[in-house]
Design a protein around this ligand. Structure first.
Ligand SMILES: Cc1ncc(COP(=O)(O)O)c(C=O)c1O
Length: 463
């Protein structure tokens, strides 16, 4: 072959790339067939009025990718290629219900937070300080457990606010409670059997499932997990939310706390995982002491998150390993790189160090307390058609109806009015009680809209 017709454009794309692409497309379209001889570099360079180096680069690329072969003293030939995967424009994503953001009129789902008071200015200031040449080192991989600066701030914070005594070495930072739990499952081994609260934190179920870990559901009542059931079970580890049971809002009673700790103390292989996810937001009485602060024998693995205190999109949670577990597993842990970006870790560390975190929490506690009051005042007017509980902490209350309709029917009635609400059945492994019960999350609903939002929901249920 003496010539190849190639159209060269005067644009930003290098000439050799244009030649390479067009020859490749001719091969893909069978315009050039296996065994065809390409023009020599010199002839093609003359024909296209480009330098020989340009042709050399294009042929070298085609050769490297296996489209052509070179034969000594004979030249370049098109290769036999079984099936060419066309290099085409990326396929456009089709929008599904999940990828579309549904414009809810009111979203009562429990994971949303109030965003109106977020200290953007301070966050921006620290981000600006840290994303700077003077912190080039943060571009490198950090400590697998998370950087020491943040771990040390967390150690101070949980010692003061939750009575958790630990060294920064015992802390592991991860991109969420689920990710930390997956790490823990590897540490505690395949033989461990996990007891979980029923109802409980739904997001944890797939973690057990994906690791082929059997779980034992343990019922929950107004005093939290029924520890007597746990004692009767074969479980070796218990995942609990003692200070604010999720989703019922119950607080684990003092006697059950003692029973739970004694259950763990009785056997070497037994551990308790305390998920202390929103202890910052308690509105009446004294803060509930963490279970970890009562643990005398290193049996409680303490977990918490910045999802409620800061924002769920930060993806930053932490756990504290008891010293024995830490000593046993520290070399396993360091085989995995940290899952939280270092810049984010350092922004949060600064926030905590300079007292902004404590101030933010105080401000948010007042914001949510006011919202909770507005929720209670509105719900009170519907009593006794509707009862509610779990109003002393957190960002949702439970509402229960005396109604023959199912939760599913009521959820879809709300959805027809663009209102999102989640039924408690979603959080159960098994459920006996059938009265429709819902989580009424108010974190993301502006204070002044709360009465109207609740009225709209209850109106569509004809209450
Ligand atoms: C019971 C419970 N645990 C933990 C979390 C936080 O999980 P993560 O740190 O993965 O956002 C939540 C939700 O925010 C929760 O409701």
């Amino acid at each position: 072959m003496e010539f190849l017709f190639i159209e060269l454009q005067k644009n930003n794309q290098p000439l050799y790339e244009q030649i390479y692409e067009q020859v490749r497309n001719k091969i893909a379209d069978n315009e050039l067939q296996p065994g065809d001889k390409l023009p020599s570099k010199r002839k093609l360079a003359n024909f296209l009025e480009v330098s020989q180096t340009t042709i050399e680069l294009a042929y070298a690329q085609l050769h490297a990718e296996g489209y052509i072969r070179s034969e000594a003293r004979r030249g370049f030939f098109v290769e036999q290629i079984d099936e060419l995967t066309p290099v085409s424009a990326p396929v456009a994503l089709t929008e599904t219900e999940e990828t579309q953001k549904l414009p809810y009129l009111y979203d009562f789902s429990p994971g949303t937070i109030d965003t109106s008071e977020f200290p953007f200015a301070t966050w921006r200031k620290y981000a600006k300080e840290i994303i700077d040449e003077s912190y080039q080192d943060l571009l490198q991989l950090g400590h697998p457990q998370g950087d020491a600066e943040l771990r040390s701030e967390i150690a101070h914070y949980i010692a003061h606010s939750r009575g958790v005594q630990c060294t920064p070495e015992q802390i592991i930072i991860g991109s969420g409670t689920e990710q930390l739990m997956a790490l823990l499952l590897r540490m505690l081994g395949e033989q461990s059997l996990f007891a979980i609260e029923n109802p409980g934190y739904l997001q944890m179920h797939p973690v057990f499932e994906h690791h082929h870990h059997p779980i034992v559901p343990i019922d929950v009542d107004q005093d939290g997990m029924i520890v007597e059931q746990l004692i009767q079970s074969e479980a070796t580890a218990a995942f609990v939310t003692p200070s604010h049971q999720f989703p019922t809002g119950a607080v684990l009673s003092a006697s059950r706390k003692a029973a739970l700790l004694n259950w763990a103390y009785a056997r070497k292989e037994r551990f308790i995982i305390e998920d202390d996810y929103d202890s910052e937001f308690r509105y009446s009485g004294r803060p509930i002491p963490s279970l970890k602060s009562l643990d005398q024998h290193g049996k409680v693995i303490y977990m918490s998150t910045f999802s409620k205190a800061f924002m769920p999109s930060l993806r930053m949670a932490y756990m504290v390993l008891p010293p024995t577990l830490y000593e046993t597993f520290k070399y396993d842990v360091i085989q995995y790189a940290a899952t939280v970006p270092r810049f984010d870790q350092h922004i949060v560390a600064r926030f905590m160090q300079n007292g902004h975190f404590a101030r933010h929490l105080n401000r948010m506690r007042t914001v949510y307390k006011r919202k909770m009051q507005a929720v209670i005042e509105t719900l009170d007017t519907f009593s006794p058609t509707l009862t509610f509980f779990g109003e002393h902490a957190g960002m949702h209350v439970m509402i229960q109806l005396d109604d023959d309709r199912s939760e599913t029917q009521l959820v879809s009635l709300a959805k027809q009015q663009n209102i999102r609400i989640v039924g408690i059945s979603q959080y159960y492994v098994q459920r006996a009680e059938q009265r429709p019960t819902f989580l009424l999350g108010f974190g993301g609903i502006p204070n002044e809209q709360i009465p109207k939002a609740i009225h709209s929901l209850l109106t569509c249920w004809e209450l």
